[in-house]
Ligand binder design. Sequence first.
Ligand code: FAD
Length: 468
Amino acid sequence: RKADIECGVVVLGAGPGGYTAAFRAADLGLDTVLVERYAALGGVCLNVGCIPSKALLHAAAVIDEAQHAGEYGVDFGKPKIALDKLRGFKDKVVGQLTKGLAGMAKQRKVRVATGCGRFVSAHELEITGDDGKTRLLRFEQCIIAAGSQPMKLPGFPWDDPRVMDSTDALQLGEVPKKLLVVGGGIIGLEMATVYRALGSEVTVVELMDQLMPGADKDLVKPLADRLKKQGVAVHLKTRVVEAKAQKNGIACGFEGDSLPEAKVYDRVLVAVGRTPNGGRIDADKAGVRVGERGFIDVDAQMRTNVPHIFAIGDVIGQPMLAHKATHEGKLAAEVAAGEKKAWVARVIPSVAYTDPEIAWVGVTENEAKQKGLKVGVGKFPWVASGRAIGLGRTEGFTKLIFDEATHRILGGGIVGVHAGDLIAEVGLAIEMGCEVADIGHTIHPHPTLSESVGLAAEVFDGTITDLY
Ligand code: FAD
């Protein structure tokens, strides 16, 4: 069969990994086609992930700020929420970014092929459009960026709109009176933050013994305390064992250490993780090996076991984060264009945009303990930060984790407002091989929350120590 489209590089999937790869490939002179199932570019991140969730979290933060402003003599009264307008704001933010991407693709002469792509050989993809028509695309090289999708817990009545995954929750169909969030990870807690601010009574159940497993316990505590104060019920070491659709709601059964009082919820959000799309693209027809769980193995140049086929982003493994995907996308395109490069980043930061935010990068204290690393920890509590006091948000702290012998920074964690922005400095410090003293000697502007990073480099075990 004659190919309908021929190209140097095809990128399968237009999420942050895919569009970055396609744009970079085109900039490096490769004839590039970007295949995407949906009309809008941007993937999960722009359409149903990072961006809409952060737009809604902004609204949630404004609601909370306004409600607390009474404490310093500014009264806004009870917020009135126009859900259609809020949804419109979120959609506008998303639309602005996805339209921008379409423009950037055009500018670079990246051809966009809309449809679902599947391999038919090691050099061919078949693209099926919404109308069922197929096109054959022949490529020299391919970058798989097919991403991931929400994990659907079995046994839930998924055909009932009151059972939601993160995509459904971001649609903001209604503000349920009682919302159950299954899964206390980043996505579940971000959505819990939004719906709580909008007026839902929120219950969270988490299988593990702490919220946001993966982050150090001390980082999570200020968030857990605040959620409690706000009336969010958190049940750890607990799981949902059944969920049935009833006329008056979704009836749930629980098992574990701390059982929620309510059994019936107006809506249930299942946020228990994401599964990669590696098993849905007929990769075997191209000879690409896909692991049991749907992840595709790659080397440090992002090559799969088939050397002219690369894979990047959520489809190659944890952490499933947009900034990891974009970094990998850029690298894969550069290698495809013949550059001699490989993955060199030491660390990838994680951020939960809850209120307070939680951010961490590099080695955690937990990990250090497990691996038997001898580390020192510098910790600065925000109760001593003038800026945090002025903001009325002193529950946060900043900590630096460093090698006890060399004083090199190995990791860091921050909890507090804007922690996600603040963690970038610690990432840079790790990449540059900084010692604690380098951060301590860096003059941070006053009064900012960033000072807390500088001060964490000076305060060990509660006293100012001279490591310099
Ligand atoms: P994706 O964004 O998943 O894109 C893959 C694309 O490929 C999709 O557009 C899909 O339609 C397309 N595709 C798949 N198969 C085919 C096929 N066969 N044919 C054609 N097209 C196909 N990460 C962060 O870093 N920060 C955040 O704040 C953050 N918040 C999040 C909030 C939520 C609610 C969710 C769900 C995720 C969030 N993430 C966040 C994770 C982030 O969205 C992902 O890590 C990121 O989108 C992964 O990018 P990707 O390019 O690998 O794949």
